[in-house]
Write a protein that binds this ligand. Structure first.
Ligand code: AMP
Ligand code: GLY
Length: 430
Protein backbone atom coordinates (compact mmCIF):
# COMPACT_ATOMS: atom_id res chain seq x y z
CA UNK A 1 0.00 0.00 0.00
CA UNK A 2 0.93 3.66 -0.43
CA UNK A 3 0.98 6.00 2.56
CA UNK A 4 1.13 9.80 2.62
CA UNK A 5 2.31 11.55 5.81
CA UNK A 6 1.51 15.25 6.24
CA UNK A 7 4.05 17.30 8.21
CA UNK A 8 7.75 18.08 8.38
CA UNK A 9 9.01 17.65 11.93
CA UNK A 10 10.72 15.06 14.10
CA UNK A 11 7.28 13.64 14.88
CA UNK A 12 6.59 12.99 11.20
CA UNK A 13 10.06 11.43 10.83
CA UNK A 14 9.26 9.07 13.72
CA UNK A 15 5.88 8.23 12.13
CA UNK A 16 7.60 7.63 8.78
CA UNK A 17 10.13 5.35 10.47
CA UNK A 18 7.37 3.32 12.11
CA UNK A 19 5.34 3.13 8.88
CA UNK A 20 8.49 2.01 7.01
CA UNK A 21 8.71 -0.98 9.37
CA UNK A 22 5.34 -2.30 8.17
CA UNK A 23 5.47 -5.15 5.66
CA UNK A 24 2.16 -3.86 4.25
CA UNK A 25 3.69 -0.61 2.99
CA UNK A 26 5.37 -0.38 -0.43
CA UNK A 27 5.79 3.36 -0.77
CA UNK A 28 5.76 6.37 1.57
CA UNK A 29 5.30 9.99 0.56
CA UNK A 30 5.69 12.92 2.92
CA UNK A 31 4.40 16.47 2.38
CA UNK A 32 6.47 18.54 2.78
CA UNK A 33 8.94 16.36 4.79
CA UNK A 34 12.59 17.19 5.47
CA UNK A 35 16.10 15.93 4.66
CA UNK A 36 15.89 13.07 7.18
CA UNK A 37 12.43 11.92 6.15
CA UNK A 38 13.73 11.86 2.55
CA UNK A 39 15.66 8.68 3.41
CA UNK A 40 12.41 6.83 4.06
CA UNK A 41 9.89 8.66 1.94
CA UNK A 42 9.57 10.62 -1.25
CA UNK A 43 9.12 14.21 -0.09
CA UNK A 44 6.68 16.34 -2.06
CA UNK A 45 6.70 20.10 -2.00
CA UNK A 46 3.16 20.67 -0.77
CA UNK A 47 2.51 22.48 2.50
CA UNK A 48 0.31 21.00 5.21
CA UNK A 49 -2.35 23.71 4.82
CA UNK A 50 -2.68 23.28 1.04
CA UNK A 51 -5.65 20.91 1.35
CA UNK A 52 -6.68 21.03 -2.32
CA UNK A 53 -3.18 20.20 -3.54
CA UNK A 54 -2.86 17.39 -0.97
CA UNK A 55 -6.19 15.89 -2.07
CA UNK A 56 -5.18 16.12 -5.75
CA UNK A 57 -1.84 14.46 -4.95
CA UNK A 58 -3.49 11.65 -2.95
CA UNK A 59 -5.87 10.98 -5.85
CA UNK A 60 -3.19 11.14 -8.52
CA UNK A 61 -0.87 8.74 -6.66
CA UNK A 62 -3.74 6.50 -5.49
CA UNK A 63 -2.70 6.88 -1.85
CA UNK A 64 -4.33 4.22 0.34
CA UNK A 65 -3.88 6.01 3.66
CA UNK A 66 -2.97 9.57 4.66
CA UNK A 67 -1.67 10.23 8.18
CA UNK A 68 -1.90 13.80 9.47
CA UNK A 69 0.91 14.59 11.92
CA UNK A 70 0.39 18.29 12.61
CA UNK A 71 -2.14 20.28 14.59
CA UNK A 72 -2.84 23.16 12.16
CA UNK A 73 -4.33 21.08 9.33
CA UNK A 74 -6.31 18.94 11.80
CA UNK A 75 -7.83 21.96 13.53
CA UNK A 76 -8.42 23.45 10.06
CA UNK A 77 -10.50 20.43 9.01
CA UNK A 78 -8.20 18.50 6.65
CA UNK A 79 -9.76 15.18 7.67
CA UNK A 80 -13.24 16.35 6.66
CA UNK A 81 -11.88 17.51 3.29
CA UNK A 82 -10.18 14.15 2.62
CA UNK A 83 -13.23 12.17 3.75
CA UNK A 84 -15.53 14.23 1.52
CA UNK A 85 -13.36 13.14 -1.40
CA UNK A 86 -13.61 9.48 -0.39
CA UNK A 87 -9.97 9.32 0.75
CA UNK A 88 -8.86 7.23 3.73
CA UNK A 89 -7.27 9.45 6.35
CA UNK A 90 -6.09 9.14 9.97
CA UNK A 91 -6.80 11.97 12.38
CA UNK A 92 -9.75 13.63 14.13
CA UNK A 93 -12.36 15.58 12.18
CA UNK A 94 -12.55 19.33 12.69
CA UNK A 95 -15.35 19.06 15.26
CA UNK A 96 -13.16 16.76 17.39
CA UNK A 97 -9.77 18.47 16.78
CA UNK A 98 -11.29 21.47 18.59
CA UNK A 99 -10.22 19.69 21.79
CA UNK A 100 -6.75 21.06 20.93
CA UNK A 101 -7.88 24.04 18.84
CA UNK A 102 -9.75 25.75 21.67
CA UNK A 103 -8.54 25.62 25.26
CA UNK A 104 -11.83 27.21 26.36
CA UNK A 105 -13.69 24.31 24.71
CA UNK A 106 -11.49 21.69 26.39
CA UNK A 107 -11.82 23.34 29.82
CA UNK A 108 -15.62 23.49 29.50
CA UNK A 109 -15.69 19.84 28.38
CA UNK A 110 -13.65 18.74 31.40
CA UNK A 111 -15.85 20.72 33.77
CA UNK A 112 -19.09 19.38 32.28
CA UNK A 113 -17.89 15.76 32.52
CA UNK A 114 -16.01 16.05 35.85
CA UNK A 115 -12.60 15.26 34.36
CA UNK A 116 -9.90 16.42 36.80
CA UNK A 117 -8.16 19.62 35.71
CA UNK A 118 -7.18 23.03 37.11
CA UNK A 119 -9.87 25.53 38.20
CA UNK A 120 -10.40 28.15 35.49
CA UNK A 121 -12.42 30.93 33.92
CA UNK A 122 -12.78 31.75 30.21
CA UNK A 123 -12.67 35.36 28.99
CA UNK A 124 -13.32 37.19 25.74
CA UNK A 125 -13.05 40.66 27.26
CA UNK A 126 -9.61 41.83 28.52
CA UNK A 127 -11.14 44.20 31.09
CA UNK A 128 -13.15 41.38 32.64
CA UNK A 129 -9.98 39.27 32.72
CA UNK A 130 -8.07 41.98 34.56
CA UNK A 131 -10.92 42.51 37.03
CA UNK A 132 -10.86 38.79 37.78
CA UNK A 133 -7.06 38.76 38.21
CA UNK A 134 -7.33 41.46 40.90
CA UNK A 135 -9.14 38.94 43.11
CA UNK A 136 -7.06 35.87 42.16
CA UNK A 137 -4.07 34.42 44.01
CA UNK A 138 -0.63 34.19 42.36
CA UNK A 139 1.04 32.47 40.60
CA UNK A 140 -1.60 32.10 37.93
CA UNK A 141 -1.64 30.70 34.41
CA UNK A 142 -2.87 32.55 31.30
CA UNK A 143 -3.56 30.63 28.10
CA UNK A 144 -4.40 31.93 24.66
CA UNK A 145 -7.46 29.98 23.52
CA UNK A 146 -6.18 28.90 20.11
CA UNK A 147 -3.09 27.27 18.58
CA UNK A 148 0.14 29.12 19.38
CA UNK A 149 2.99 26.69 18.56
CA UNK A 150 3.04 25.55 22.19
CA UNK A 151 3.97 29.07 23.28
CA UNK A 152 0.59 30.56 24.23
CA UNK A 153 0.85 29.71 27.93
CA UNK A 154 2.11 32.35 30.40
CA UNK A 155 2.85 31.53 34.02
CA UNK A 156 2.61 34.78 36.00
CA UNK A 157 4.03 35.30 39.47
CA UNK A 158 2.55 38.72 40.20
CA UNK A 159 -0.57 40.73 39.39
CA UNK A 160 1.57 43.12 37.33
CA UNK A 161 2.95 40.27 35.24
CA UNK A 162 -0.53 38.81 34.81
CA UNK A 163 -1.99 42.14 33.65
CA UNK A 164 0.90 42.45 31.19
CA UNK A 165 0.10 38.90 30.03
CA UNK A 166 -3.54 39.76 29.30
CA UNK A 167 -2.30 42.70 27.24
CA UNK A 168 0.13 40.46 25.32
CA UNK A 169 -2.49 37.83 24.55
CA UNK A 170 -5.71 39.82 24.04
CA UNK A 171 -4.69 43.34 23.04
CA UNK A 172 -1.26 43.10 21.36
CA UNK A 173 -2.32 39.74 19.87
CA UNK A 174 1.16 38.26 20.22
CA UNK A 175 -0.30 34.87 19.32
CA UNK A 176 -2.61 36.29 16.63
CA UNK A 177 -6.28 35.31 16.63
CA UNK A 178 -5.44 32.53 19.14
CA UNK A 179 -5.75 35.36 21.68
CA UNK A 180 -9.32 36.42 20.82
CA UNK A 181 -10.31 34.44 23.87
CA UNK A 182 -8.26 33.28 26.83
CA UNK A 183 -8.36 30.93 29.77
CA UNK A 184 -7.16 31.96 33.22
CA UNK A 185 -6.25 28.89 35.20
CA UNK A 186 -5.15 27.83 38.66
CA UNK A 187 -1.37 27.16 38.90
CA UNK A 188 -0.64 23.50 39.64
CA UNK A 189 2.58 21.87 40.77
CA UNK A 190 3.83 18.34 40.26
CA UNK A 191 5.55 16.15 37.72
CA UNK A 192 4.36 16.26 34.12
CA UNK A 193 3.65 13.15 32.10
CA UNK A 194 2.47 12.86 28.50
CA UNK A 195 0.30 9.94 27.45
CA UNK A 196 -0.79 9.35 23.86
CA UNK A 197 -4.01 7.44 23.21
CA UNK A 198 -5.03 5.68 20.03
CA UNK A 199 -8.78 6.36 19.66
CA UNK A 200 -11.46 4.94 17.35
CA UNK A 201 -14.32 7.21 18.37
CA UNK A 202 -15.41 4.85 21.15
CA UNK A 203 -12.45 2.80 22.38
CA UNK A 204 -9.01 3.88 23.51
CA UNK A 205 -5.66 2.14 23.74
CA UNK A 206 -3.12 4.07 25.78
CA UNK A 207 0.48 4.07 24.63
CA UNK A 208 3.44 3.99 26.99
CA UNK A 209 4.14 7.23 28.90
CA UNK A 210 6.74 9.92 28.23
CA UNK A 211 8.10 12.97 30.00
CA UNK A 212 8.87 16.14 28.07
CA UNK A 213 11.31 18.97 28.91
CA UNK A 214 9.64 22.14 27.68
CA UNK A 215 12.00 24.86 28.89
CA UNK A 216 14.95 25.93 26.75
CA UNK A 217 17.67 25.72 29.42
CA UNK A 218 19.12 23.25 31.92
CA UNK A 219 17.31 23.09 35.25
CA UNK A 220 13.98 23.95 33.56
CA UNK A 221 15.07 27.55 33.11
CA UNK A 222 14.47 29.82 30.13
CA UNK A 223 11.53 30.11 27.79
CA UNK A 224 8.96 27.46 26.95
CA UNK A 225 9.79 25.65 23.70
CA UNK A 226 8.16 22.98 21.59
CA UNK A 227 10.20 20.49 23.68
CA UNK A 228 13.97 20.02 24.23
CA UNK A 229 13.97 16.29 24.78
CA UNK A 230 12.16 13.55 26.62
CA UNK A 231 12.18 10.03 27.87
CA UNK A 232 9.89 7.01 27.94
CA UNK A 233 8.52 5.45 30.06
CA UNK A 234 8.04 7.83 32.97
CA UNK A 235 8.94 6.02 36.21
CA UNK A 236 6.52 8.34 38.02
CA UNK A 237 3.54 7.08 36.03
CA UNK A 238 2.89 4.06 38.25
CA UNK A 239 0.31 1.34 37.59
CA UNK A 240 -1.95 2.95 40.18
CA UNK A 241 -1.78 6.33 38.46
CA UNK A 242 -2.28 4.70 35.07
CA UNK A 243 -5.43 2.95 36.27
CA UNK A 244 -6.78 6.18 37.74
CA UNK A 245 -6.13 8.01 34.47
CA UNK A 246 -7.76 5.27 32.37
CA UNK A 247 -10.94 5.34 34.47
CA UNK A 248 -11.21 9.02 35.42
CA UNK A 249 -9.61 10.79 32.47
CA UNK A 250 -9.11 8.80 29.25
CA UNK A 251 -12.37 6.85 29.06
CA UNK A 252 -14.49 9.78 30.31
CA UNK A 253 -12.87 12.07 27.70
CA UNK A 254 -13.72 9.66 24.89
CA UNK A 255 -17.26 9.26 26.18
CA UNK A 256 -17.64 13.02 26.58
CA UNK A 257 -16.56 13.71 22.99
CA UNK A 258 -18.96 11.08 21.72
CA UNK A 259 -21.82 12.43 23.83
CA UNK A 260 -21.14 15.90 22.41
CA UNK A 261 -21.48 14.55 18.87
CA UNK A 262 -17.74 14.91 18.32
CA UNK A 263 -16.38 11.34 18.34
CA UNK A 264 -12.58 11.44 18.41
CA UNK A 265 -10.67 9.21 15.97
CA UNK A 266 -6.90 9.55 15.85
CA UNK A 267 -4.27 10.11 18.50
CA UNK A 268 -5.29 12.06 21.57
CA UNK A 269 -2.37 13.49 23.53
CA UNK A 270 -3.12 13.97 27.21
CA UNK A 271 -0.72 16.25 29.07
CA UNK A 272 -0.98 15.38 32.76
CA UNK A 273 0.25 17.00 35.95
CA UNK A 274 0.68 14.52 38.81
CA UNK A 275 -0.44 16.82 41.65
CA UNK A 276 -0.67 16.05 45.35
CA UNK A 277 -4.42 15.71 44.83
CA UNK A 278 -3.99 13.23 41.99
CA UNK A 279 -3.44 13.43 38.24
CA UNK A 280 -5.01 16.41 36.46
CA UNK A 281 -5.20 17.32 32.78
CA UNK A 282 -2.93 20.19 31.68
CA UNK A 283 -3.90 20.04 28.05
CA UNK A 284 -5.16 17.87 25.23
CA UNK A 285 -3.62 17.73 21.77
CA UNK A 286 -5.30 16.12 18.79
CA UNK A 287 -2.17 14.36 17.45
CA UNK A 288 1.06 12.61 18.37
CA UNK A 289 3.33 14.74 20.56
CA UNK A 290 6.60 16.12 19.30
CA UNK A 291 9.04 14.87 20.62
CA UNK A 292 6.85 12.28 22.42
CA UNK A 293 6.42 10.32 19.16
CA UNK A 294 10.23 10.02 18.92
CA UNK A 295 10.51 8.04 22.19
CA UNK A 296 7.19 6.19 22.10
CA UNK A 297 6.98 4.85 18.53
CA UNK A 298 10.40 3.13 18.48
CA UNK A 299 9.23 1.13 21.54
CA UNK A 300 5.91 0.07 20.00
CA UNK A 301 5.79 -3.59 18.97
CA UNK A 302 2.65 -3.51 16.79
CA UNK A 303 2.52 -2.77 13.09
CA UNK A 304 1.30 0.84 13.14
CA UNK A 305 -0.78 0.28 10.00
CA UNK A 306 -2.86 -2.38 11.80
CA UNK A 307 -3.46 -0.01 14.69
CA UNK A 308 -4.37 2.95 12.47
CA UNK A 309 -6.75 0.81 10.40
CA UNK A 310 -8.42 -0.39 13.61
CA UNK A 311 -8.87 3.23 14.71
CA UNK A 312 -10.43 4.28 11.40
CA UNK A 313 -12.70 1.22 11.28
CA UNK A 314 -13.84 1.44 14.92
CA UNK A 315 -12.18 -1.86 15.82
CA UNK A 316 -9.54 -0.77 18.28
CA UNK A 317 -10.89 -3.22 20.87
CA UNK A 318 -9.43 -6.00 18.70
CA UNK A 319 -5.87 -4.64 19.00
CA UNK A 320 -3.46 -5.84 21.68
CA UNK A 321 -1.21 -2.78 21.89
CA UNK A 322 2.25 -3.69 23.15
CA UNK A 323 5.47 -1.90 23.95
CA UNK A 324 8.99 -3.20 24.47
CA UNK A 325 10.14 -3.57 28.06
CA UNK A 326 12.98 -1.09 27.65
CA UNK A 327 13.48 2.67 27.59
CA UNK A 328 14.14 5.44 25.14
CA UNK A 329 15.64 8.94 25.53
CA UNK A 330 15.59 11.77 22.98
CA UNK A 331 17.86 14.83 23.20
CA UNK A 332 16.94 17.68 20.88
CA UNK A 333 19.83 19.38 19.11
CA UNK A 334 18.70 22.94 18.51
CA UNK A 335 20.14 26.07 16.93
CA UNK A 336 21.60 28.34 19.61
CA UNK A 337 19.08 31.12 20.28
CA UNK A 338 15.96 28.93 19.84
CA UNK A 339 13.09 29.63 20.60
CA UNK A 340 13.72 33.31 19.81
CA UNK A 341 16.28 34.12 17.08
CA UNK A 342 18.85 31.82 15.51
CA UNK A 343 20.89 31.34 12.34
CA UNK A 344 20.34 28.50 9.89
CA UNK A 345 22.20 26.88 7.00
CA UNK A 346 25.07 25.20 8.89
CA UNK A 347 26.37 21.85 7.63
CA UNK A 348 25.49 18.87 9.86
CA UNK A 349 28.21 16.22 10.25
CA UNK A 350 28.30 12.80 11.87
CA UNK A 351 24.86 11.57 10.77
CA UNK A 352 26.46 8.59 8.98
CA UNK A 353 27.45 7.14 12.39
CA UNK A 354 23.81 6.20 13.00
CA UNK A 355 22.57 4.97 9.62
CA UNK A 356 20.91 1.63 10.29
CA UNK A 357 22.54 1.38 13.72
CA UNK A 358 20.30 -0.69 15.96
CA UNK A 359 18.75 1.19 18.86
CA UNK A 360 19.70 4.67 17.57
CA UNK A 361 17.46 7.05 15.67
CA UNK A 362 18.28 10.55 14.49
CA UNK A 363 14.90 12.13 13.76
CA UNK A 364 15.16 15.32 11.72
CA UNK A 365 13.06 18.38 12.51
CA UNK A 366 14.69 21.43 10.90
CA UNK A 367 17.05 20.11 8.23
CA UNK A 368 17.31 20.41 4.45
CA UNK A 369 19.63 19.63 1.55
CA UNK A 370 21.77 22.58 0.46
CA UNK A 371 21.83 21.59 -3.20
CA UNK A 372 25.44 20.37 -2.98
CA UNK A 373 24.75 17.07 -1.28
CA UNK A 374 25.07 18.38 2.28
CA UNK A 375 22.41 18.36 4.97
CA UNK A 376 22.20 21.74 6.70
CA UNK A 377 20.32 23.19 9.66
CA UNK A 378 16.97 24.71 8.74
CA UNK A 379 15.10 25.47 11.96
CA UNK A 380 15.15 26.02 15.70
CA UNK A 381 14.84 22.38 16.63
CA UNK A 382 17.19 20.60 14.22
CA UNK A 383 17.49 16.92 15.24
CA UNK A 384 16.07 14.56 17.86
CA UNK A 385 18.94 12.27 18.82
CA UNK A 386 17.22 9.21 20.20
CA UNK A 387 18.57 6.02 21.75
CA UNK A 388 17.17 2.94 23.38
CA UNK A 389 18.58 1.15 26.39
CA UNK A 390 17.59 -1.68 28.70
CA UNK A 391 16.95 0.96 31.38
CA UNK A 392 16.30 4.69 31.31
CA UNK A 393 19.81 5.37 32.59
CA UNK A 394 21.35 3.27 29.84
CA UNK A 395 19.19 4.94 27.20
CA UNK A 396 20.21 8.37 28.51
CA UNK A 397 23.92 7.48 28.38
CA UNK A 398 23.50 6.15 24.83
CA UNK A 399 21.62 9.26 23.68
CA UNK A 400 24.23 11.66 25.09
CA UNK A 401 27.10 9.60 23.60
CA UNK A 402 25.35 9.94 20.23
CA UNK A 403 24.90 13.70 20.74
CA UNK A 404 28.69 14.07 20.91
CA UNK A 405 29.12 12.49 17.49
CA UNK A 406 26.80 14.85 15.61
CA UNK A 407 27.94 18.40 15.02
CA UNK A 408 27.01 21.70 13.42
CA UNK A 409 27.84 25.33 14.14
CA UNK A 410 25.69 26.84 16.92
CA UNK A 411 24.65 23.38 18.13
CA UNK A 412 22.73 23.77 21.40
CA UNK A 413 21.14 21.19 23.68
CA UNK A 414 20.12 20.61 27.26
CA UNK A 415 22.52 18.50 29.32
CA UNK A 416 19.91 17.35 31.85
CA UNK A 417 17.33 15.48 29.77
CA UNK A 418 16.21 12.59 31.95
CA UNK A 419 17.84 13.93 35.12
CA UNK A 420 14.52 13.25 36.87
CA UNK A 421 15.19 9.54 36.39
CA UNK A 422 17.73 9.76 39.23
CA UNK A 423 14.96 10.79 41.61
CA UNK A 424 12.65 7.93 40.64
CA UNK A 425 11.61 5.40 43.28
CA UNK A 426 14.07 2.49 43.27
CA UNK A 427 11.37 -0.05 42.50
CA UNK A 428 10.22 1.67 39.37
CA UNK A 429 11.19 0.67 35.86
CA UNK A 430 14.39 2.22 34.55
P1 AMP B 1 0.08 23.55 27.79
O1 AMP B 1 0.43 23.97 26.38
O2 AMP B 1 -1.31 23.91 28.23
O3 AMP B 1 0.48 22.15 28.13
O4 AMP B 1 1.08 24.37 28.70
C1 AMP B 1 2.47 24.37 28.46
C2 AMP B 1 3.18 24.14 29.77
O5 AMP B 1 2.82 25.17 30.70
C3 AMP B 1 2.81 22.83 30.45
O6 AMP B 1 3.56 21.77 29.96
C4 AMP B 1 3.14 23.17 31.89
O7 AMP B 1 4.53 23.08 32.12
C5 AMP B 1 2.75 24.63 32.01
N1 AMP B 1 1.36 24.73 32.50
C6 AMP B 1 0.22 24.76 31.79
N2 AMP B 1 -0.86 24.85 32.58
C7 AMP B 1 -0.41 24.89 33.85
C8 AMP B 1 -1.02 24.99 35.12
N3 AMP B 1 -2.33 25.10 35.26
N4 AMP B 1 -0.21 25.01 36.21
C9 AMP B 1 1.12 24.93 36.08
N5 AMP B 1 1.77 24.83 34.92
C10 AMP B 1 1.03 24.82 33.80
N1 GLY C 1 5.58 17.94 23.26
C1 GLY C 1 4.38 18.69 23.34
C2 GLY C 1 3.58 18.76 22.13
O1 GLY C 1 3.72 17.98 21.21
O2 GLY C 1 2.72 19.62 22.05
Amino acid sequence: MKVLIVGSGGREHAIAYKVSQSAQVDKIYCAPGNAGIAELAECVDIKAMEFDRLVAFAKEKKIDLTIIGMDDPLVGGIVDVFEAEGLRVFGPRKNAAIIEGSKAFSKDLMKKYSIPSAEYRNFDDPEEAIKYLETASMPIVLKADGLALGKGVLICNSLEEAKEGVKKIMLDKQFGSAGNKMVIEEFMTGREVSVLLFCDGTNIKAMTSAQDHKRAKDGDKGLNTGGMGNFSPSPFYTDEIREFCEEKIYKPTMAAMKAEGRPFTGVLFVGLMLTEKGPKVLEYNARFGDPEAQVVLPRMKNDIIDVINACIDGKLDEIDLQFEDNACVCVILASDGYPVAYEKGFKITGLENFKGKDGYYVFHAGSKFDGEGNIVTNGGRVLGVTAKGATLKEARANAYAAVDLINFDNKYYRHDIGKAIDEAPAASHG
